[in-house]
Design a protein around this ligand. Structure first.
Ligand SMILES: [Zn+2]
Length: 292
C-alpha cells in the first residue's frame, strides 16, 4: 500500500475522516448558478480557503481541493481551457495553505469530463490527455493524493485512473450509484462488484462511492465493495436526497442523522468517510465527535 495511505489507516485503526461538500458551501458564499466554481481559486481564493479551513477545523484528516471541474473539457464550457494549469495549481495551493500546521493531508479532486464516451463525444485517447494534463498539474503543485470522484461511467474513470497513476500519487476511484430499483448501479448499469473488479485490476489504491443518493443508501454499497475486493473503501454520501423548494435546494439530513448513517457505513467496512452534496462542517464535526 502507498505509504501516505498506510500512515493514515494505521493511525489507531480508526476510519479516516474526510471533508464535506464544497459546492453547497461556495454557493453560500455567493457562487452564482452557472459560474465556474474552479475559477474562484483565482478570483476568490480567500473564500475557497475559508471552506477548506472550516473542514480542517471540523476535524477532517483529508481535505480535497476546489478542482472538481478543472479539466480542460469542463473548463472549455466557461472559456477557461487555457487556464487549466493555473486553476489546478491555485486550488492545491489554497488547500495546502488551509492545512498548514496541522496533520491533515491534501488530496486533489478530479471530476468527470462532462463528455460521454458512449455518445462518441470524446475518445479514450482524448480523455487520457485531458486527465493527464490535470493530474500532472495537481502533482506538480504538491497534492498528496488524487481523488477521481462522481464518475458515472466505469470506462471513463478507467481512463482517469491510468492518467492519475502516472503521477505516482495514491489514487482514489469513486463512482456514483444512482440507477436501478435499489440504486446499486451506475448510470451505465455497472454493479459495485463489477466496479470493484475493474478498479482492482486498474490498480487504484482506494475504491469509493459518492453522491447520487442519500447517505442512508451507502452502507449497502460499502458492504458489497467489502465482499468483492480487498481495497480500502472511501464513502461520501449526500445529506439525504435534495428537496426542491422554488429556486432553492435543501438537504434533509442534519448532523445527527448523518452521523447515524456514517456509523452504519463504518460497520459495513468503510475506511474513509465524509460527506458529499448538502453536508457541512457541522456534519463532519459530528462524525469526528462519534469516532473520538
Ligand atoms: Zn455530491
Amino acid at each position: 500500500m502507498h505509504t501516505t495511505l498506510e500512515a493514515l489507516l494505521d493511525d489507531g485503526h480508526q476510519p479516516v475522516v474526510l471533508d464535506g461538500a464544497w459546492g453547497t458551501q461556495l454557493q453560500a458564499l455567493g457562487l452564482e448558478p452557472g459560474e465556474s466554481p474552479d475559477l474562484w481559486n483565482l478570483n476568490h481564493p480567500e473564500k475557497v480557503k475559508h471552506v477548506a479551513r472550516s473542514y480542517v477545523e471540523a476535524g477532517s484528516q483529508i481535505i480535497l481541493t476546489n478542482t472538481f471541474g478543472a479539466n480542460r473539457l469542463m473548463l472549455e464550457k466557461h472559456g477557461l481551457a487555457d487556464r487549466c494549469e493555473a486553476i489546478n495549481h491555485a486550488g492545491v495551493e489554497i488547500s495546502r495553505c488551509a492545512v498548514a500546521g496541522t496533520a491533515a493531508k491534501v488530496f486533489a479532486s478530479v471530476g468527470p469530463s462532462g463528455k460521454l464516451l458512449l455518445m462518441k463525444q470524446t475518445t479514450p485517447e482524448e480523455l487520457a490527455d485531458v486527465f493527464g494534463q490535470q493530474c500532472a498539474a495537481i502533482a506538480a503543485a504538491g497534492a498528496e493524493g488524487i481523488v477521481l470522484e462522481t464518475f458515472c461511467d466505469l470506462q471513463e474513470i478507467l481512463c482517469a485512473v491510468t492518467a492519475a497513476k502516472q503521477t505516482g500519487l495514491p489514487v482514489v476511484g469513486s463512482l456514483v450509484f444512482d440507477s436501478g430499483k435499489k440504486k446499486d448501479r451506475t448510470m451505465m448499469g455497472n454493479t459495485p462488484e463489477q466496479v470493484a473488479e475493474a478498479l482492482t485490476a486498474a490498480g487504484v489504491d482506494v475504491i469509493g462511492s459518492n453522491c447520487g443518493q442519500g447517505i442512508d443508501g451507502f452502507a449497502e454499497i460499502a458492504r458489497r465493495y467489502r465482499a468483492a475486493c480487498e481495497l480500502p473503501i472511501w464513502i461520501k454520501g449526500n445529506a439525504g436526497l435534495p428537496v426542491m423548494d422554488g429556486d432553492s435546494v435543501t438537504y434533509p439530513f442534519g448532523p445527527q442523522e448523518f452521523g447515524d448513517c456514517v456509523q452504519a457505513i463504518i460497520a459495513a467496512g468503510a475506511n474513509f468517510v465524509g460527506g458529499c452534496c448538502g453536508t457541512s462542517p457541522a456534519h463532519i464535526a459530528e462524525v469526528v465527535r462519534r469516532l473520538r
